[in-house]
Design a protein around this ligand. Sequence first.
Ligand SMILES: [Zn+2]
Ligand SMILES: [Zn+2]
Length: 289
Amino acid sequence: MAQPARRKELGRGERVLPGVWRLRLPLPYPGVPHCNAWAVAAGDGIVLFDTGMHESGSMGHLERAMEQVDLCVERVRLVVCTHGHPDHFGQAGTIVDRTGCEVWMHPDNGHVRRGVEDPDAAWERRIEVARHSGVPEEPLQAYAQARRESGSGLSRFVEPARDLVAGVEVETDLGRWTVTETPGHAPSHVCLFQPERRLLISGDHLLGRVSPYFDFGHTPDPAGEFLTSLDRVEALGARLCLSGHGRTFTDVQAHIEANRTLVSDRLSRVVEVLRERGPITAFDAVPHG
Ligand SMILES: [Zn+2]
Ligand SMILES: [Zn+2]
């Protein structure tokens, strides 16, 4: 098993319910030390919801986490990605190469595909969006340099075998999981809901820590999309959330309301500062939001 060189954290596995395992995988991001992949029993194998990020030694973490709960990569029958960010989709290519399984993801995944097919153009676009938003040139260039050196976090882009859109179901031993399209955090974001047990695999749409992040520059109004997605998830009535980072949590409704309040408070503060100061860039508005 490949050993990670830079960090002490290792992949860890734990059973959270009969037939449901949390695979906690380390990340190189400051302030976001881990992500979760969720393994759910399905016949003679498992469905793996999200994959962890691809980097040196990262498959070793997934293998270690699986070994701790008597699973192994070879038992993965299907990979279902909540969205295309590297910490959720990054190792899909490696897992497919080892198992021959399919990957399912939402079709609005151009934000991922473009980054893999033409990384330079994708970076230029991202930098341009930041420049238009008022980010000063010096930190912008430093950021661009650091991120170029850090790699994409994806082993490769895997063409999804099935589009994860409303109406699609994922079969497991715990029953069927339905797809709810939840753009906002990323255009490709979906949540998976198991209605009899009221379990929600929420990816990064709902996290234990309320800290919304919007993948900006791909769609006109990610914050508005996020609010609509909160309404859709609220209507499901989930009682236990298996999120993309951190521990499971049960007060799903309170988390939905806290996210709404945070977005609404930030928006009204930005509107207020625009009234006071006149037109300013997004970058200059951030400290006030
Ligand atoms: Zn994400
Ligand atoms: Zn994430």
